[in-house]
Design a protein around this ligand. Sequence first.
Ligand SMILES: [Zn+2]
Length: 410
Amino acid sequence: MIIDKFYYECSDCGAKYGNEEVRYLCPVCEKENSDTKPPKGVLKVQYDYHGHRIFGNAANIFKRLKDTKFIDLLPINDIKNFPKLEVGNTPLYKQEKLNDKKLSFNLFFKDDSQNPTYSFKDRASYLVSAYAKEKGIDTIVAASTGNAGSSLAGICASQNQKAIIMVPEAAPLAKLTQIVMYGAKIIPVKGTYDDAFDLSIKATKKHGWYNRNTAFNPLTIEGKKTVSFELYDQLNQTIPDRVFVPVGDGVIISGVYKGFEDLLQLGVIEKIPIIVAVQSEGSDNISRNMNNDVFELKASKTIADSISVDIPRNFYMAKNFLKKYNGEWLTVTDKEIINASVELSKNTGLFSEPAAATSFAGMLNYMNNNKLESKSSNVVLLTGSGLKDLQSVQSAISIPDAIDADVNNI
Ligand SMILES: [Zn+2]
């Protein structure tokens, strides 16, 4: 096995694999997998963490990593292979009040809708695209509820790569429009995200394409971890007490954990923040199964399409992270999600899609139940723009009829 910079480690059996070829799931654990259970054998990318400790104290280690755009903690060799679109380094906003009431705790919004295709998914596409470029691969396929697909399509357009996107036919129009506008080949699939996912993997095997499916491709988790490096830096090189994360298939939350775990391994931080997994009550296949020995599937139905998932593709890794680092989890209803979306927009000027507002709904639940200690530091991760799904909030708003343009009518 060649370990020149990084290697892969199976998150289930612990087997280690070299980086000389494209890798997806652990070939041993993969043999047990079926279409009705979350996959085993998702790989984690690991590095020589101890080698960095020679660079001194935590501040020096972090400065050196940041100055080199974290290349030593990413599975590519040259930052020149990244797309020229700017991904990450999204704003972190401090919120002092909600509905004119001063908050007793510190609240921050990490606005990842400011990425080039307006979602958090660009963090993964960015890395996958750079990796493909280094390997001389020009076609990348992904199954997506919409955001990962529109993200890959946009990033590939900027890199002159070909994207093939399989989406459930019910994906919101804005996301489908983005995919087509970016020039990707779109294949709507009858059925759910899970049907599109399985089809894309069969097509990958048949045609030899590079696959960006979340968790199946370990680089998706690795790309998403950069948000944690940014949070640490934006909070004056401290960790928050809590990060509220919207959860569907468990990849974003695993990415958030992986970023903090990297910093822990390097000795930059001393503990991992409490990560709060917020799921929609109508799509709760991770939180409902946290304490089950055998995974029980429930068909998902929620307004938050980006986190509507029957089979969470990174269930085991997300569960292990949550258990290992004392994470927390809760569900919120669709009504709470829509309400959170409205409250977020009018209080902050940040308009998020339902999946992103789910994390804010989780924070509101904690706040209303007095679970946020005074002066504690709490981050809400906003993962996608509200313009991606205008339909879902129509029930919460009303636009008045037009008036004659006569000033006496106002
Ligand atoms: Zn394994």
